[in-house]
Design a protein around this ligand. Sequence first.
Ligand SMILES: [Zn+2]
Length: 147
Amino acid sequence: MTQLTQLRVYRPAPSPAAPPSWEWLLTPDNGQGFLEINGTLYKVTEFGFTYDNGAGGRLWKLRKADGTEYQLTQTADADLACDCPDATYRGRECKHVLAVREAYAALDRSDRLGRWLAAMETPADVCPSHSADDYRNKSHDAVPMPF
Ligand SMILES: [Zn+2]
């Protein structure tokens, strides 16, 4: 007779949240910004903290107009965890995590592009029909990119 030494419970992996739509209404300045996720506006407040082992972490509070607040924490392995019901009870990456990750990646791209444009010596290198100031003064969506 075989003995069952390990009981395995089949639990289907949670389906990921649908890719959220997001837009910065106000990019973070002094640790505060406004991010719209799937049509809901959140005030985003950034915090820095230190883990017990001395590693630095980041934390974001997302506050809706009705006062509901969710907290996103950068975990020790640099991933994001949210305390909203979707993330907590469904055990999946919620729209807040997906949107904040993408929105901050876009900020990083915008920041790197801005540094490149600021360092550029000849504005004509960008595009024959736009000056470097066109790019510096508008969002990158407003001016067609040459690449
Ligand atoms: Zn969430």
